[in-house]
Design a protein around this ligand. Structure first.
Ligand SMILES: [Zn+2]
Ligand SMILES: [Zn+2]
Length: 135
C-alpha cells in the first residue's frame, strides 16, 4: 500500500481544527491529518501556527518532548553554536554529563528540583559563598 503524499504545512500556516494523528519520525513528533493530506512537526507549532523561527531547540534534548517549557525558538546560527558546545569532536562537553561549571553528573552528585537536574557541588559552593557573606 502506498502512502498518500502529505504536504508539510509552511511557516505561518495555521494547523487544521481537527485532531491530528501523532507519529514518531527520526525522534520527532509528526502531526498528520491524512484525510486533509497535511502534516506538521509538532515542535514547530506554537499556538496553532507553524513558527517562522529558523530552529526550535529542545531544552532537555528530547526531540519528542514538546511541552512549551521545553521549546526555544532561535536562529540557525544560535542553534548550531549551542550544539557545537556539546560536540566532543569540536572540543565541547556532551550535554548532560557535566553541570555548567564542569562538575560531573554522577548519581551521588545529582538531585532533582523543579523538574530539573542540579549539581550538589554547585549547591555546596553557593551555600559556602552565602555563609561567608552573612557571618
Ligand atoms: Zn537543539
Ligand atoms: Zn556543578
Amino acid at each position: 500500500m502506498t502512502q498518500p503524499r502529505l504536504r508539510t504545512l509552511a511557516a505561518g500556516e495555521r494547523i487544521p481544527d481537527v485532531p491530528p494523528t501523532r507519529r514518531l519520525l527520526n525522534g520527532y513528533v509528526m502531526l498528520t491529518w491524512a484525510p486533509l493530506g497535511l502534516q506538521a512537526l509538532e515542535h514547530r507549532v506554537f499556538d496553532g501556527i507553524v513558527t517562522e523561527a529558523q530552529a526550535v531547540h529542545h531544552v532537555n534534548r528530547d526531540r519528542a518532548d514538546n511541552r512549551p517549557e521545553n521549546l526555544v525558538r532561535m536562529t540557525h546560527s544560535e542553534h548550531a553554536a549551542l550544539h557545537n558546545d556539546e560536540d566532543p569532536t569540536k572540543g565541547g562537553r556532551p550535554f548532560g554529563t557535566h553541570c555548567d561549571r564542569g562538575h560531573e553528573f554522577t548519581p551521588e552528585n545529582t538531585y532533582i528540583h523543579g523538574g530539573n537536574r542540579h549539581c550538589r557541588d554547585c549547591r555546596r559552593l553557593a551555600q559556602r559563598r552565602w555563609r561567608q557573606r552573612h557571618k
